[in-house]
Design a protein around this ligand. Structure first.
Ligand SMILES: [Fe+2]
Length: 437
């Protein structure tokens, strides 16, 4: 008997994914890489006496970083305007303010853009460049039902991002996160046209970051790395019928795994020094590299349950993203998810520096949770749980769980273990107190 081995179109659509790809900005990394920003811009096609906009915030400007960047660019013959009013966790209105600034100053936008600061400044720069190039307003490009769900078709002139924190991964990600205050939700403009053309990562820009911000952003980065390492594999999804329709969070690959592993080592190994001795440039370099590697993994393979739970908390209580990730990780990423694959978490434990000799996989995963909480306690600036973070109690848990399930499908779909709203409520309950204050 012979078999027909040809595969019909419909069979192909139901077959497992066999292909992955990765999109990245150009990356320039190292001490005083800021001094190569003008070269980077020229390399991206910025010619002659072009005029650019540096988008930053007052804290970054006060630290002297904006002056350093502007002096460097002007010395290279470029004209620079500065917008230093970026908001923390920018709202739609904050992006509109930056757009108005650009439209008041120019006929059809600047010749190039530079985003300098934490994730909020970088996201403001990404959204501004994209909307100036495509026209309209932020909500035109936010997904329905909050926005119109229009598609960006243009990237616009060159955009280079310089992070002054080590954590968010905004320098490489294809999203700009925006809050919609009247709905108490966060939305995103998500497209490869939002992604920067280049990221210049200079650890000397991060030494002014105070201990609390250093700790928060580090825990966000560690979250990206661990969630990226433990999310589902890319070939557990169905094959995309069109290469352009592969999801942004497409599952883990050997490449993302490699970056996660290195990120976990760098971040867990150096965060104590970076927090307690911020001038230690070796530790700062490890943190910036670890955050970049964590983002390359977590923001392509996909963040999961912990990030899904963090958004409703941040929207309702206006907590810092990294701090929220820190308090939720033990109960969500480690406890809940490890039940589905203890061996995977035993590997994370080992990478994290836990001595797993003689331990079963389950015991190693539990030891990882203890080591992670000990790390948080050692940093001395992080809350002990959701209770201390924002006064969250048992009474708030069901609402938060329902919000997570209702609004975070994009991230929950990436979770390696299925979740119901009851499961999420139990995880929120577990995260109220990670240790006794
Ligand atoms: Fe994050």
């Amino acid at each position: 008997m012979s078999y027909d081995r040809s595969v019909s179109a419909s069979d192909r659509e139901l077959a497992p994914e066999t292909i992955w790809h990765i999109d990245m900005p150009e990356i320039r990394f190292g001490r005083d890489a800021t001094d190569e920003l003008a070269f980077q811009l020229r390399d991206l096609g910025v010619e002659g006496a072009a005029t650019g906009l540096v988008i930053t915030d007052d804290g970054v400007a006060d630290a002297g970083h904006a002056d350093r960047v502007v002096a460097h660019l002007e010395a290279a013959g470029l004209d620079i305007d500065i917008y230093a009013d970026s908001e923390r966790e920018p709202s739609i209105g904050a992006i509109e303010d930056c757009l108005s600034f650009v439209r008041d100053q120019t006929d059809d936008g600047y010749d190039f853009y530079v985003g300098l600061g934490g994730g909020s400044c970088m996201d403001t720069a990404k959204a501004t460049r994209a909307i100036i190039a495509n026209g309209g307003s932020p909500l035109d490009y936010v997904a329905e039902p909050t926005g119109d769900g229009q598609t960006l078709t243009e990237s616009g002139p060159p955009l280079v991002l310089l992070p002054t924190t080590a954590g968010t991964g905004a320098e490489i990600s294809p999203v700009a996160i925006l809050s919609v205050p009247e709905k108490e939700i966060k939305e995103a403009i998500s497209s490869n046209h939002v992604r920067a053309d280049a990221a210049v990562l200079d650890p000397t820009l991060t030494t002014t970051l105070p201990p609390d911000l250093t700790a928060r952003t580090a825990m966000d980065a560690l979250g990206h790395a661990i969630e990226g390492y433990t999310t589902h594999e890319y070939d557990s999804l169905l094959r995309a019928s069109d290469p352009g329709e592969r999801p942004v969070y497409a599952g883990r690959t050997q490449l993302t795994e490699m970056f996660s592993e290195k990120a976990i080592r760098l971040l867990s190994g150096s965060v104590r020094t970076a927090v307690h001795n911020g001038d230690d440039l070796d530790a700062r370099e490890d943190m910036l590299l670890g955050a970049l590697f964590g983002a390359i993994s977590g923001l392509t393979a996909g963040a999961s349950l912990c990030h899904a739970m963090a958004y409703p908390v941040g929207n309702k209580y206006h907590t810092f993203h990294g701090e929220t990730i820190a308090v939720l990780t033990p109960a969500s990423t480690i406890d809940y998810n490890s039940a589905s694959d203890p061996a995977r978490f035993a590997e994370v434990a080992e990478i994290f520096g836990v001595d797993t000799t003689g331990l079963t996989d389950r015991e190693a995963a539990d030891a990882l949770k203890r080591a992670y909480i000990q790390l948080q306690r050692d940093l001395g600036v992080l809350p002990s749980g959701l209770s201390e973070l924002a006064g969250i109690t048992e009474d708030d848990v069901d609402w938060l769980a329902q919000q997570t399930v209702d609004t975070q499908e994009r991230l929950l779909r990436c979770n390696p273990r299925p979740v119901t709203s009851d499961d999420v409520a139990a995880v929120f309950r577990d995260a109220l107190h990670n240790w006794e204050e």
